[in-house]
Design a protein around this ligand. Structure first.
Ligand code: PEP
Length: 262
């Protein structure tokens, strides 16, 4: 059974002291929820401080980006080896990186390979733009993003996929649970064709795009959706805690047990 996951992408928000304050506000509450993987992804500069704060708790740490070279003259970049020493997860291919920083499928692929090689668990983000969605091209776009991101990768390791329709990110306009479930099902089917049914069944696929405490229930009720990648709402301790708590109530261990008996 797939363990549900809620990951908070803090993006370019919080100074180090603000990051510490935010973790202090949610650490205890998050730690008490045992049957959901809780991942927080603060900016690079706060990873070390946050790591110390969550030591000994069940909260996990992720970065928001990575460079694909191991070391060298790449001023300002952060390598897989540096991250592997600090955290477990790394977000790769977020639409903001694809669009503002021109990250191509080829670059995303190099980053995924580098992360897996270093033992990191990539959270691979894919999603279509509004015009692609409206033109009925969602499946075509996702198929191409999966193809290019995973080219030449035989072993997915601890990879997680986040389906994030670009038109839903930071806009307050979330997909519907039904739409998202259908698309996540399509992603799982595409993975199954390349890697086999077993790998696809075990792969965690999250939904991301304007998830809040108010709509968590709608997404977590969906059987294909294994959790959420949360942007804006992950910067508010009470919202993030509520999202994790609801996920636990809907998809937690007892529910998974019931489902497996059916
Ligand atoms: C994100 O940054 O991945 C995201 C989904 O943002 P938001 O929840 O703010 O839409």
């Amino acid at each position: 059974m797939r363990v549900p996951m809620i990951a908070g992408n803090w993006k370019m928000n919080t100074t180090v002291s603000e990051a510490i304050e935010l973790v202090n506000q949610m650490r205890r509450g998050l730690d008490e929820i045992a049957d959901v993987d809780k991942v927080i992804c603060p900016p690079f500069i706060s990873l070390a401080a946050v790591r110390e704060l969550i030591k000994g708790s069940s909260i996990k740490l992720g970065a928001q980006n990575i460079y694909f070279e191991e070391k060298g003259a790449y001023t300002g970049e952060i390598s897989p080896l540096m991250l592997a020493d600090l955290c477990e997860f790394v977000i790769i291919g977020h639409s903001e990186r694809r669009h503002y920083f021109n990250e191509s499928g080829e670059i995303v692929n190099k980053k995924i390979r580098a992360a897996l090689k270093a033992g990191l668990k990539p959270i691979l983000c894919i999603g279509e733009r509004l015009e692609e969605n409206e033109a009925g091209r969602t499946k075509e776009v996702l198929t191409e993003q999966l193809r290019s991101s995973l080219a030449g990768i035989d072993n997915l390791g601890g990879l997680i996929i986040a389906y994030e329709p670009v038109w839903a990110i930071g806009t307050g306009r979330a997909a519907t649970g039904k739409q998202a479930n259908e698309t996540v099902g399509f992603i799982r089917q595409t993975i199954s064709q390349k890697y086999g049914k077993r790998i696809a069944q075990d792969l965690r696929i999250l939904y991301g795009g304007s998830v809040t405490a108010a709509n968590t229930d709608e997404f977590m009720q969906q059987p294909e959706i294994d959790g959420a990648l949360v942007g804006g709402a992950s910067l508010k301790a009470d919202q993030f805690l509520s999202i994790v708590r609801q996920t636990s109530e809907i998809k937690g261990e007892s529910k998974r047990g019931e489902a497996s008996l059916i």
